[in-house]
Each structure stands twice: as C-alpha cells, then as structure tokens.
Design a protein around this ligand. Structure first.
Ligand code: ATP
Ligand code: MG
Length: 328
C-alpha cells in the first residue's frame, strides 16, 4: 500500500484553490494508508488570533470530513496533538542550511508581505513540513503546484539524513492534480488564490451560491471576448477555464469548442458559477451536519493516537540513527 500524507493550514477560510489543488485529490487516496493533517503549527508562522485559530482548526477538520474523507479509512488529526512532528522538525532544521531556506519562493513572498519583523518560524516552515511528511515514510504528497519547491527540499533533507546517518527515510514525491494545480485570484489572475490573502477574487468553500455567482461574474477577463486558453495573454480567462475543466471533467479544448459559437464571456461565466455552486452545495450541507454533531472530537482524538503510533516509531529510528537516543 502506498503511504500518503498531506496537510492544510488553518490560516484562513478554505478556498476553491485548496479544494481543487489539494482536497479533491485527498479523497482519491482513501484506499491507501493516508494521513491528513490540520497543520496548525504551520499556521502560527504568521501571527494568528488564538480564538480564531481554534475555530478555524475545527472548521478545517469538519471540511476534511465534509469533502468526503472517511475517518474509518484515513487518519485525520491535528499537528500539535502529535508532538513527534515538532521533534523531528528540530532535527530537519538542524540539517537545513540558511541559504537554501532563504531561497524558498514562498518564504520570500510571505516575508515580503510582512513589512515589519519576520517571524523566524516562517523561514523554518519548509524543514518542519519535511518532518511532517518523513515521519510517516510517505510515498506521495498530494499538494498544489506551489508546494513543489518544498517537496524538493523534503527530498534533499531526507537524502542528506540518509547519507549522513544511514538509510532511514523514504523520498516522497509530490502528487499534483491534472487541472487547477494553481488556481489564481479572480481579481488578479497573476496572484495565487490564498486563504491568508483573501479578497473579492477568492472563492471560499463556504461562500453562499449568491456570493459565488457574484464573484465569478465580476472575475477579471479581457476585452477580446473569445474563449480560449492562453496563459500569457489571457490569464483571467485561462484561470476560469482551468477551474471549469477541473470541476466538469471536460478538457480545456472541449470547453473551448462548446463555447465556440457563443458571443462574449457571459454565458460561460453563468455556467461556471453553476458548476462551482453545484460542487460546493453538498460539501456545505455535510459541513453543517458535522459542525452540529458531536463526533468531531472523537475522530480527532482517535486520529492523533493512530498517527502518533507511526510517527513515534519513525522519530525513534531517526534519533537512534543520529545518536540522540540513549540506546540503539
Ligand atoms: P496560506 O495563504 O496561509 O499559505 P493557502 O491557501 O496557500 O494558505 P496552504 O495551507 O498553504 O493554503 O496549502 C494547502 C494546500 O492547498 C497545499 O497543497 C497547496 O498547494 C494547496 N493550494 C493552496 N492554494 C492553492 C491554489 N491557489 N491552487 C491550487 N492549490 C492550492
Ligand atoms: Mg500556502
């Protein structure tokens, strides 16, 4: 069986990008040995308000379930409830070099947005993420395209560890979706849709049908009024086409053909809005039921226990290999 690990930060309200890039893939791995983590310790690499963080963590766990993850089949847990993550993270940080961390695109972007002081955790987030993945000896990590660089670093750190201390960690690969691997903001199609940088171009998983429709109607396009994919000259339309393709299962070419005779982007946007609303409606209904029910805590407690069994075993192996354990 393949081992799968992935996580999402409770750093904001989940977006359509998180769903199409990551969560929609999660549900395809339910027959594997899969771990899906709510990475709350990554969320605090930028300042978070305590009450909000707690609520978002719960909400994200409920969305994992609402998107179709079955806790009988996969392990769903909160990162801070399995201390081995932070323990292996320290080891991975010690193996990392400042230069390679400073070169990470996401670090540069996020640090650039913080005009005053930059939390050291922001720089250390990629080795922490490496620890999350390596703790489970994951084979594949379903993530959006923006995480490719961090996955590369994870492999580098695993290799470095294995080379210095003996074969210990498996080298994981990134598993990205076919379409919509990087959903862009509907207002600024050159900017990734992000839950921590939410604007009117961000579609949230919990947006009402009216809000979704309005955001899509107002999506930035171009004045050519011809529907075809061209990432360089038509980034707005290309983004909408990718979203349409990901949800409908049609290829971009099939969609272009479908609207060949249609004037303007109006009908295309109406249809896309209906697709997104149709995708979100059942998830939202399921989410409401979970939030109103009392199962969530038990699921998360059981998940943390199950995850810890595997994580502690692999942490100990790493500690033994590098001389941190008293005995071998
Ligand atoms: P933040 O702004 O706090 O970094 P985020 O929206 O980027 O939030 P993450 O928690 O960093 O979300 O990432 C969770 C998963 O969602 C990752 O697998 C990431 O690659 C994926 N993801 C995030 N944004 C997008 C996007 N716009 N398109 C496709 N996948 C995405
Ligand atoms: Mg992110």
């Amino acid at each position: 069986m393949t081992v799968i690990f992935s996580g999402i930060k409770p750093s904001g309200e989940l977006t359509l990008g998180n769903y199409l890039g990551a969560m929609a893939q999660f549900i395809t791995y339910q027959e594997e040995e899969a771990y899906f983590c709510i990475v709350n310790q990554h969320a605090i690499t930028v300042p978070q308000e305590a009450v909000e963080l707690r609520l978002r963590t719960r909400s994200l766990a409920a969305l994992y379930l609402a998107s179709g993850l079955d806790p009988q089949k996969v392990t769903i847990f909160i990162q801070s409830e399995v201390p081995a993550h932070a323990q292996l993270a320290w080891i991975m940080m010690s193996l990392s070099q400042m230069g390679e961390l400073e070169r990470m695109t996401q670090y540069k972007e996020k640090a650039g947005n913080l005009h005053e002081s930059i939390p050291a955790g922001l720089l250390m987030y990629p080795p922490f993420m490496a620890a999350d993945i390596l703790l489970y000896q994951a084979d594949a990590v379903p993530v959006g395209d923006d995480q490719q660089q961090h996955l590369e670093l994870t492999r580098t750190l695993a290799q470095r560890f294995n080379y210095r201390f003996g074969e210990t960690f498996k080298l994981p690969v990134a598993a990205t979706a076919k379409e919509a691997t990087r959903v862009m903001s509907l207002q600024d199609p050159l900017k990734k849709m992000s839950k921590s940088a939410e604007d009117s171009g961000t579609i949230l998983l919990l947006d009402s049908p009216a809000v979704v429709t309005k955001k899509i109607k107002r999506a930035v396009t171009d004045s050519e009024n011809k529907l075809y994919y061209d990432l360089v000259n038509k980034p707005g339309i290309s983004n909408l086409l990718s979203i349409y393709a990901a949800i409908s299962g049609l290829s971009v070419m099939e969609i272009e053909l479908k609207y060949q005779e249609v004037q303007g982007y109006g009908q295309f946007k109406v249809d896309l809005a209906a697709l997104v609303v149709g995708l979100l409606a059942p998830i939202q209904a399921h989410y409401e039921r979970i939030m109103a029910g009392s199962e969530l805590d038990d699921i998360l407690s059981a998940g943390a226990q199950r995850a810890a069994l595997v994580a502690n075993k692999n942490l100990l192996r790493a500690e033994e290999a590098m001389g941190l354990a008293r005995h071998k």
